[in-house]
Ligand binder design. Structure first.
Ligand code: COA
Ligand code: MG
Length: 324
């Protein structure tokens, strides 16, 4: 239980805007909607966020079938009994020309996914197209003031450089028109490498600048930042290393493509036990010092002030939500 004096700090801490509705997305697992055998496993999947995939995980020749299966899954799956915290749906991008057909098909389902996920958002103008397609096929009532969240992907050089404008346009669409609220942004590493002509390597230095710029921008807007895919499914040590690195850099989760990657990633995106204890004790110490009018004080040999409190609160909120 957090001291009352600390609660008012929560609304401002990085990565978590609304503590009551915080959805952890430590692992975001793609399930190609063209594959019924994989779809049937969704209720048991332990990834925080399970994504019914219509984009690059589905062949062009299987898109129509995948749309029908995804719509049926939305209506069939009882969200509150799923092992995951969120059932998302990733549609195709504006530039693919396939988005409208996706929305025509999935809007036939009675239920919306808990998050709509939109890849390759390249410029603020894409948002206008997206909003108009949703309005036309869902109607204003179904897409405004719902609990359904929005997650977007940044996957090109242009999008990375224009990210602040893309993110603020998306947030404004929620504020002004009530469209789905943006909650997280995902870095599409493989498409990004293709876009800039980089060669993928296991050490990942080719995306170093992009990942750091990306995470900084997400945090500037207090949004979750979801890291690259690790495509070597058999290399769990490499996955663990890259997940730990992402966590240290401020990412809040990572995309995964195979069920065997889920627990490795989710473990790395939870702070270790001693860090959780540190956070809990720090919050209480801060509350006591604040009552005495002290904003900075010593704790376990370190200088503590408000930014450290905010880091501790990030940890506490994440742990509480995952344990619940
Ligand atoms: N979702 C659900 N189940 C999955 C899965 C996934 N993403 N990936 C694998 N499985 C299941 C398989 O169906 C298989 O089930 P079974 O034991 O009942 O036969 C089991 O896990 C083991 O799978 P495995 O044989 O190791 O892999 P595979 O060859 O069947 O699948 C991929 C490998 C890469 C094709 C698959 O993991 C996949 O499609 N991942 C998502 C790809 C994607 O969406 N990419 C776009 C975003 S980057
Ligand atoms: Mg991509």
């Amino acid at each position: 239980m957090l001291p009352k004096t600390i609660i008012r700090h929560i609304s401002q801490f990085a990565g978590v805007r609304d503590a009551a509705k915080y959805v952890p997305r430590r692992a975001l697992l793609y399930v190609p909607a063209s594959n019924q055998k994989m779809l049937d496993k969704v209720p048991m999947m332990q990834a925080d966020s399970v994504v019914l995939e219509l984009e690059d995980g589905v062949a062009l020749t299987a898109k129509a079938d995948a749309r029908v299966r995804a719509a049926a899954a939305l209506d069939k799956l009882p969200y509150h009994t799923l092992a995951c915290q969120e059932l998302g749906l990733r549609v195709n991008s504006v530039s693919s020309g396939l988005l409208e057909d996706d929305i025509i098909a999935v809007s036939k389902a009675e239920k919306l996914p808990q998050a709509f996920m939109i890849p390759k958002v390249d410029c603020p103008e894409d948002l206008v197209t997206i909003y108009n397609i949703f309005r036309e096929h869902y109607g204003d009532e179904r897409i405004t003031n719902t609990n359904t969240r929005l997650v977007i992907w940044i996957e090109s050089a242009r999008a990375l450089l224009d990210m602040p404008r893309i993110v603020s346009s998306t947030l404004n669409l929620h504020k002004q028109a009530g469209f789905f609220k943006l909650d997280a942004v995902v870095f599409g590493s493989d498409d990004f490498c293709a876009d800039i002509g980089a060669t993928r390597s296991s050490h990942g230095t080719e995306t170093l600048f992009a990942r750091q710029k990306f995470v900084t921008c997400c945090k500037a807007f207090q949004l979750q930042a979801i890291d690259s895919v690790y495509i070597d499914i058999k290399d769990l040590d490499g996955l663990r290393r890259q997940s730990a690195e992402g966590w240290q850099w401020g990412f809040t989760g990572k995309q995964v493509i195979h069920p065997s990657q889920v627990s490795v990633v989710q473990e790395q995106f939870l702070p270790p036990k001693d860090r959780i204890e540190w956070a809990q004790e720090l919050v209480h110490a801060y509350s006591e010092h604040e009552a005495l009018g002290k904003g900075a004080f010593q704790f376990r040999g370190q200088m503590i002030d408000r930014p450290l409190l905010l880091q501790a609160l990030n940890i506490i909120q994440l742990v509480e939500r995952v344990q619940n």
